[in-house]
Design a protein around this ligand. Structure first.
Ligand SMILES: Cc1cc2nc3c(=O)[nH]c(=O)nc-3n(C[C@H](O)[C@H](O)[C@H](O)COP(=O)(O)O)c2cc1C
Length: 243
């Protein structure tokens, strides 16, 4: 296996970090590497905001559902979709900024490609990372705290730091569950594969001491009801046209 693939295959989210700060030069190197991810027509509609202020970090711990690692990692970032630059350019040129859902999607896709490259770069330097989707629990409060202007969409947080823990790798679906030839598989085939994956995950949860958890049951429960229903209205209020 080549070292890049080896690095990618050793990813696990880190939730406990040492006190070591992340070196500024490492942050710059990781961000610049992240920026080389593909970007739709070069629009680069993302940014990240580093939060160091202790009071802000404490508030973010609360807003993310008491995730203390937000304040106890080497560096914490807010990963944002960022359409503001294009808006400013349009405004200065006296041109309309007229978008639909496509522009919002572009910024989310671009941001995710950037953020994964960024995470991988940090991991290649021996840091651990954890994405923090809990940031979307209360987006208006996050917006207020960070005074995020129109056109910026906070998507998730990112903890980075030296790992103080070495958790087990979490299994993923088998290759045939995600890589298809020519057409999408029959529903029966898919369900049989998912049943097998339940066995893999059961073994993983048991080894982790998490008891007899059934992955497919958790997926069902996760999507029985809409969650974070304020997300759409918030992004609209930040200037996104989601039509
Ligand atoms: C967008 C996103 C949001 C996430 N939010 C959280 C979070 O709020 N807290 C947390 O502990 N882990 C969070 N995670 C980490 C996932 O739980 C983790 O990636 C997943 O269980 C797979 O485990 P692994 O990363 O260790 O392989 C998030 C991951 C992603 C991609």
């Amino acid at each position: 296996m080549n070292p890049v693939i080896e690095q990618m295959r050793s990813h696990r989210s880190i939730r406990k970090f040492t006190d070591e700060e992340v070196a500024e030069t490492d942050i710059a190197a990781a961000v610049e590497a992240g920026q080389m991810a593909s970007t739709s027509a070069g629009i680069q509609s993302y940014c990240l905001i580093r939060i160091r202020d202790e009071q802000r970090l404490d508030r973010l711990v609360t807003l993310t559902g008491d995730q203390t690692k937000v304040a106890r990692c080497g560096a914490f970032f807010i990963i944002c979709g960022d359409t503001r630059r294009h808006r400013l350019l349009a405004e200065r040129a006296g041109r309309p900024y007229e978008t639909r859902l496509e522009a919002f999607l572009l910024s989310v896709v671009d941001t995710s490609l950037f953020a994964q490259n960024l995470a991988l770069a940090f991991e290649s330097m021996g840091y651990g990372i954890c994405c923090i989707g809990g940031l979307r629990n209360d987006l208006p409060a996050v917006q207020e705290l960070l005074e995020l202007p129109e056109g910026t969409y906070p998507l998730y947080g990112l903890c980075v730091g030296r790992p103080a823990d070495e958790p087990m790798l979490r299994p993923r679906l088998p290759l045939q569950g995600v890589l298809f030839e020519e057409h999408y598989p029959e529903d029966g085939q898919m369900l049989a594969m998912l049943d097998e994956f339940d066995d893999t995950m059961l073994e993983y949860f048991r080894q982790r001491g998490a008891g007899d958890r059934i992955w497919s049951q958790e997926m069902i429960e996760k999507f029985t009801q809409p969650r974070r229903t304020a997300t759409g209205p918030f992004f609209r209020s930040q200037g996104a046209n989601l039509d």
